[in-house]
Design a protein around this ligand. Structure first.
Ligand code: F6P
Length: 360
C-alpha cells in the first residue's frame, strides 16, 4: 500500500478531524504510506484544487477541533447529479468521472468517513472496483453493523446540557419547555439526552405519540405541584396515524429536511392551558469540540481503517462491537439501519422512572 485517500461526506460530526489525524499518523508511521485528502466529499475528485497532501504538519493540532479540515458536502450524489444542460436541468451520472479521478491519483485505498448516504455511494463505487473502506460517522447513531458512530456522544452531551439549562428556567417560570433535537429517523439523541437530562416526556420516531397523552403527563405533574415540564422531541417523531413533519421537501439534490414537530407539540400544550416555549437546538448539536469519548473512538476507527486497508479488506466498514474495533461488510451495515427498539431496556428504564413516551 503506497497511497491512500481520505474524504469526509454528508453532515459534519465532531470527531472527523480525529479520524483524519489517526489515519494519517498510522499510514505514515506503520505503512510508510502517502496520504491524500479529498476536499468536499466526492466532489474533490472533480475539482482542479480538490486534492491536498496530508502529512504530519497538516494534522497537527486538529484532534480537538470540530468540523472537518477537508470540508464536506451533503448533496451531489455522483450517481445522480443535477446539472444545467442547454438551459435545462437534467440529472446525470458522474460516477465514472469519480472513478477516473481516483485512478488518476493512483490510490490503493480510499477511506470514506460518512453516514448512510455517503457510505451507500462508497459501496456503489466499490462495485465499480474502487478500494473503499467505510468509517461510520453521524450524530444520529443510526448506522447498522456498529454499536456506536463517532459524533453521537458529543451531540448527546450538548443536548443533555441544553436540557439541564432548560430545566432551571422551566421551573422558575412554571412553564412547559419543549426542545426539538436532531436524529432524523432514529430517536437515540432524544431518548438518551431525555433520560440523562431528566425530561418528563420523550417523543421519538420509533414510538408514535398521542397529543392527549403528552398533556395528560403535564397535568399529572401539575396536580402533584410540579408546575413545569420538559419535553424532548426528536425531529423525526410523529403522532399516531400522523406523518413526520418537514420544513423543506426533498428533491434530487437535497434530502428532505425534518423540522417543525416541536412547534406543533408546544402549540398543542399551550392551547390546553399550559404556557409553553420551544427551543430548536439544531446544528449546535454538530458543532464544536468532540468529547473525550468521541476523540477516543474516532482515533481508534481512523487507525483501524488504515490497518483494514493494508489487509485489503475493501467494501467493508470499521465498527465497534462489544467494545472492540472490528469490521463488517458495508452492504451488511447499510442494509440494517439502527433504530431505537421500543422494547429496549433504555425505553423500559425510562418508563420505570415515570417518563412518558406519549403513547399510553
Ligand atoms: O444526519 C445528521 C443530521 O444532523 C440530522 O440529524 C439532521 O436531520 C440533518 O443532518 C440536518 O442536515 P443539514 O445539515 O443539511 O441541515
Amino acid at each position: 500500500m503506497k497511497r491512500i485517500g481520505i474524504l469526509t461526506g454528508g453532515g459534519d460530526a465532531p470527531g472527523l478531524n480525529a479520524v483524519i489525524r489517526a489515519a494519517v499518523k498510522t499510514a505514515i508511521r506503520d505503512h510508510g504510506c502517502e496520504v491524500l485528502g479529498i476536499r468536499d466529499g466526492y466532489d474533490g475528485f472533480l475539482e482542479e484544487d480538490g486534492i491536498l497532501s496530508l502529512g504530519a504538519e497538516e494534522v497537527r493540532g486538529i484532534l480537538p477541533r470540530g468540523g472537518t479540515i477537508l470540508g464536506t458536502a451533503n448533496r451531489g450524489n455522483p450517481f445522480a447529479r443535477k446539472v444545467v444542460r442547454d438551459g435545462q436541468e437534467v440529472t446525470i451520472d458522474v460516477s465514472d468521472e469519480i472513478v477516473e479521478g481516483i485512478k488518476r491519483q493512483r490510490l490503493d485505498a480510499l477511506l470514506v468517513l460518512g453516514g448512510d448516504g455517503t457510505l451507500h455511494i462508497a459501496h456503489e463505487l466499490a462495485e465499480k472496483g474502487v478500494p473503499v473502506i467505510g468509517v461510520p460517522k453521524t450524530i444520529d447513531n443510526d448506522i447498522g453493523g456498529t454499536e456506536i458512530t463517532f459524533g453521537f456522544d458529543t451531540a448527546l452531551n450538548i443536548a443533555t446540557e441544553a436540557l439541564d439549562r432548560l430545566h432551571t428556567t422551566a421551573e422558575s417560570h412554571h412553564r412547559v419547555l419543549v426542545v426539538e433535537l436532531m436524529g432524523r429517523d432514529a430517536g437515540f439523541i432524544a431518548l438518551n439526552a431525555g433520560v440523562s437530562g431528566g425530561a418528563d416526556v420523550i417523543l421519538i420516531p420509533e414510538i408514535p405519540f398521542k397529543y392527549e397523552s403528552i398533556v395528560a403527563k403535564v397535568m399529572e405533574r401539575a396536580a402533584k405541584g410540579r408546575e413545569f415540564s420538559l419535553i424532548a422531541v426528536s425531529e423525526g417523531a410523529k403522532s399516531q396515524g400522523g406523518q413526520q413533519v418537514f420544513s423543506r421537501k426533498g428533491d434530487e439534490v437535497f434530502v428532505p429536511r425534518l423540522g417543525g414537530i416541536g412547534s406543533m407539540v408546544a402549540e398543542y400544550v399551550e392551547k390546553k392551558g399550559y404556557e409553553s416555549r420551544l427551543t430548536v437546538l439544531g446544528h449546535v448539536q454538530r458543532g464544536g469540540t468532540p468529547t473525550a469519548f468521541d476523540r477516543w473512538l474516532a482515533t481508534r476507527y481512523g487507525s483501524a481503517a488504515v490497518r483494514l486497508a493494508a489487509r485489503g479488506g475493501f467494501d467493508r466498514m470499521v465498527s465497534l462491537q462489544c467494545g472492540h474495533i472490528t469490521d463488517v461488510l458495508l452492504e451488511e451495515a447499510l442494509s440494517s439501519p439502527k433504530r431505537v427498539r421500543p422494547d429496549d431496556d433504555s425505553v423500559i428504564t425510562a418508563r420505570s422512572l415515570g417518563i412518558s413516551f406519549g403513547d399510553e
